[in-house]
Design a protein around this ligand. Sequence first.
Ligand SMILES: [Zn+2]
Length: 334
Amino acid sequence: MSSITVKVLALWLFYIPVAFSAGIGDVFHVKQGSENGGCDSHLSDLTRWWTESQAMASAGLSAFDDANGNAGDTKTKNAKHALQKYLGIDDDTSNEDKEDIKSILLDVQLFMAKKKFLKDDLPWLFCDSTWLEQKSRTDKIEECGEEVEIQDSAKYGPQLEADESSVPYYSSDLDQYVVDQVWGEGGVCASSRELGVTQGLTDPSTVTLCPRAFTRTGVETNFGVDAQGKKLRDVLSKSATLFHELFHLVIGSDDTIDATYDLGTLFKHIEKPYTIPGKSEWDGQRNALKNLDRKTNAMLVRTNPETWVFFCTDYWYTLNKNLYWDTTGVSNTA
Ligand SMILES: [Zn+2]
């Protein structure tokens, strides 16, 4: 194919209705510059990731509509199959439950379209964790006209007290503190395997994409590559990190536990939707199952951001490349 044909095809594949065409800079304060979390060297990646995330959201939402078509149509069957496989939605699921589940993805799409506002001010987007500067618990801040140690302040004291090993980090962009564990030089991005971190304790909230999210290998650079005979995980693109973090941001971190990043674990648990799992049944990575409010497998799977990455990607391929994945591995013709 000539490059013009490829470009036209790419535009068509990622066609987004005008109503949903806000840019990433319309809904985020994207940190400028190239230091302290600045995104200037990643702007072209971010623009592409945004378009790809919009395409994933649109495809996933189509599945909910397509599932209401004529029962005998291939399109209806494919949509029902995707809803059942990833989200445990079948003919017994009530319309109310279906709407509740769909609203998770719809809220993300509305946020991306600048039609849903989370707080008074736009959230910040950083491209490294160096926007946070570690401080001491005994550093002084002004509160209600008085100088107090951060650990004694009404605003941050309770969070610091809840975890004795935590420390305050200062953000000059937000002029606020974030309480977190000690990460060392470079912060969470330098000291962990995290690709992205979202937190909603500050106002506005923040999304941090780690440098590794831009440079990692083992995933595609572009969304929508030829997927014939490939595993779903192998056709995910780097934009999955941004799309994943949007669920934490829009729905809230407490309601979007990272129960699993593993497709096999997801499929195993959605088979037993009403079971309340023990911690050992899930992955157990940092941020993993703190199932204190005893969510069922179905609730955990449906609020797990990576579930939506898989579900939307699969159904995007069904709509655009006539492929789908079953629970055993490589793609099939839809
Ligand atoms: Zn996550």
